[in-house]
Design a protein around this ligand. Structure first.
Ligand SMILES: Nc1ncnc2c1ncn2[C@@H]1O[C@H](COP(=O)(O)OP(=O)(O)OP(=O)(O)O)[C@@H](O)[C@H]1O
Ligand SMILES: [Mg+2]
Length: 261
């Protein structure tokens, strides 16, 4: 399978207040086109840093990253990459509709076409009734769903998602998870999905990558060989529980103290 996302020996060191913080060390990965890969690791291990490097928002200190074999800046320009950030980062002066539509505005599509697309994604994230609300009038979880809609509206080839369900309650989280699965199964794109949820990672993914804590690097790579479409009942299967158990152990082994020099 051709790789849609590639990282080779990526290292990143932040320099802050005379200290150097080694956030990433020798991260190499390949995500096959059309696959769904989760990235899981302790808080502060460098997941957001890695995602930003892969999406061309941060120049890593060393190493190489590519989207479809080209520099990520190119993919960013073509709107071939969609981001869902950890904090929804919506424009406060635009309502829900306006925030989602923003992604389409520079594309030069027709007005009717844009309206149709925005309505479709708002329906997918169950916010069609809130399209004239402003970010401050929404809950944290709703803002996050707007951010998901905004990332999906351009139908990007690659979706980089940073804990998109972190702020949601259990029930909404589960329903969004299945909604995302459904969307992905209908229109497969390459997804790299950062999460703290092991069950979520197993349920959604073809592969789960486990990162160690600082400096962050990938210490394990699990292929999730469960049939699709994934159904809720699978969560109770022996095979599913075995994956969650093994990933939990890998996480435990990778959780060591932070280093600052
Ligand atoms: N702009 C920055 N300047 C200095 N240090 C930073 C900066 N951004 C992140 N870091 C540091 O890099 C490390 C990795 O941060 P990062 O946000 O990538 O972690 P994370 O895995 O996404 O954590 P979480 O699960 O809590 O979101 C942390 O120790 C953090 O303090
Ligand atoms: Mg993060």
């Amino acid at each position: 399978m051709q790789a849609a996302i590639t990282a080779s020996e990526v290292c990143h060191t932040y320099e802050a207040r005379d200290r150097r913080l080694h956030a990433l060390i020798n991260v190499s990965l390949e995500v096959g086109r059309g696959s769904f890969v989760s990235l899981i690791g302790p808080s502060g291990c460098g997941k957001t840093t890695l995602l930003r490097a892969l999406g061309g928002l941060l120049e890593p200190t060393s190493g190489r990253v590519e989207i479809n074999g080209r520099p990520p800046s190119e993919a960013l320009r073509r709107k071939a990459v969609g981001f869902v950030f950890q904090d929804a980062s919506l424009l406060p002066w635009r309502n829900v509709f306006g925030n989602v539509r923003l992604s389409l505005e520079l594309n030069g599509g027709s007005r009717d076409d844009d309206i149709l697309k925005v309505n479709q994604v708002l329906e997918a994230v169950e916010l069609e009734k809130f399209q004239d609300f402003y970010p401050h009038e929404l809950s944290g979880g709703m803002r996050q769903r707007v951010a998901m809609a905004r990332a999906m509206v351009t139908d990007p080839e690659v979706l980089l998602m940073d804990e998109p369900f972190g702020a949601l309650d259990e029930i909404t989280r589960a329903s969004m998870m299945y909604e995302l699965l459904d969307l992905w199964e209908r229109s497969p794109k390459t997804v790299l999905f950062v999460t703290h949820g092991i069950t979520e990672a197993v349920l959604l993914s073809d592969r789960v990558l486990v990162m160690s804590s600082q400096p962050g690097t990938i210490i394990d790579d699990f292929s999730i060989d469960l049939p699709r479409p994934r159904l809720e009942a699978q969560e109770r299967s022996e095979q599913f529980l075995d994956y969650t158990f093994r990933i939990k152990n890998a996480l435990r082994e990778g959780a060591v103290g932070a280093q600052v020099s």
